[in-house]
Design a binder for this molecule. Structure first.
Ligand code: ATP
Length: 290
């Protein structure tokens, strides 16, 4: 049984749904949520953290619906990793980590800092006296303090430069925890997540093994996302298949942007299995393979 699962979940703010009918299992080997700004990634993460109740559908924590579950156990099992800016600027970082520890375990600050690759003497500093990468490590140490089984990471490395990013990714891959990772960065997903889900306008348009999904996208939007990654010295990304999230109100939400759109796309696309993944596209067979 997976630790956390979304089952046909619709989420929104007020009465406006922004995530529609999403089913997602947080399976072993890391799960990535990919999609442009506004596609609903953070909203889904909030629901997985128990911070947003579904309009319909359920979040399952083991064999219990999350809203009926033991929240103390849940908070120990599932921890968010926020961005480094979330650290209190006035507080010494050792105290920040200590506050996340149970009262009788506050002596473990040095051990946790070491676990994330920081010199324990840094505990006496305030966040502005650390580098961005060091601050991010402190945030990870805080999340690890309660011994979670799953980390939910929202853009954990987006503020860092590439080499620091790589070291934080090494740290995360070496940890003995499961992870749900939200990011725009496909290279990060490839490193950290065996399985990925691609969201467009609050809907999962494709999901499956990350390597396959990026090597041979089955949905035109996944392909556009992949092709939008600038390659050093390469040609600029194609203008066709742009990735801005301008959804159609009926039928396939992506059809107004899609280079393969056809009259059939005015009907909602069914989710079907293709080459080991799930894809919601009438034209999946026609997505170019290169
Ligand atoms: N607190 C809120 N109140 C009302 N609408 C919200 C709120 N938070 C997000 N939204 C809306 O919900 C939709 C999804 O937003 P969400 O933050 O989940 O997207 P995202 O994919 O995480 O984007 P980003 O990558 O920019 O963080 C957007 O249309 C956004 O404007």
């Amino acid at each position: 049984m997976t630790l956390l699962r979304a089952e046909a979940v619709t989420l929104g703010y007020g009465r406006r749904p922004v995530v529609h009918d999403v089913t997602l299992d947080i399976t072993e080997g890391g799960v990535g949520l990919i999609g442009e700004s506004g596609s609903g990634k953070t909203t889904l993460a909030r629901a997985f953290l128990g911070l947003l109740t579904p309009i319909s559908g359920n979040i399952w924590y083991g064999d219990q619906i999350l809203k009926n579950a033991d929240l103390r156990a849940f908070r120990k099992d599932v921890q968010p990793v926020f961005q480094a800016e979330s650290l209190d600027p006035r507080m010494r970082v050792g105290r920040s980590v200590a506050e996340a520890l149970p009262r009788n375990a506050r002596h473990r600050v040095a051990e946790l800092l070491e676990q994330v690759g920081l010199d324990p003497t840094l505990a006496a500093r305030r966040p502005h006296e650390l580098s961005g990468g060091q601050r991010q490590r402190v945030v990870i140490a805080r999340a690890l303090a309660v011994g979670p089984r799953l980390l939910i990471l929202d853009e954990p490395t987006s503020a860092l430069d590439v080499t620091v990013q790589a070291r934080i990714l090494d740290l995360l891959t070496g940890l003995d925890t499961e992870r749900l990772l939200i990011t725009h960065n496909l290279a990060v997903v490839e490193r950290l997540c065996r399985t990925s889900y691609v969201l467009f306008a609050g809907r999962v348009v494709e999901s499956g093994p990350t390597g396959d999904l990026l090597a041979k996208p089955a949905h035109p939007y996944t392909r556009a996302l992949r092709d939008a990654v600038p390659k050093l010295g390469g040609p600029p990304p194609e203008a066709r298949g742009r990735t801005e999230a301008v959804p159609a109100a009926t039928g396939c939400a992506y059809r107004l942007r899609c280079p393969l759109a056809a009259p059939v796309c005015e009907q909602p696309p069914p989710l079907r299995e293709l080459d080991g993944r799930h894809v919601a596209c009438h034209r999946a067979q026609d997505v170019p393979v290169s």
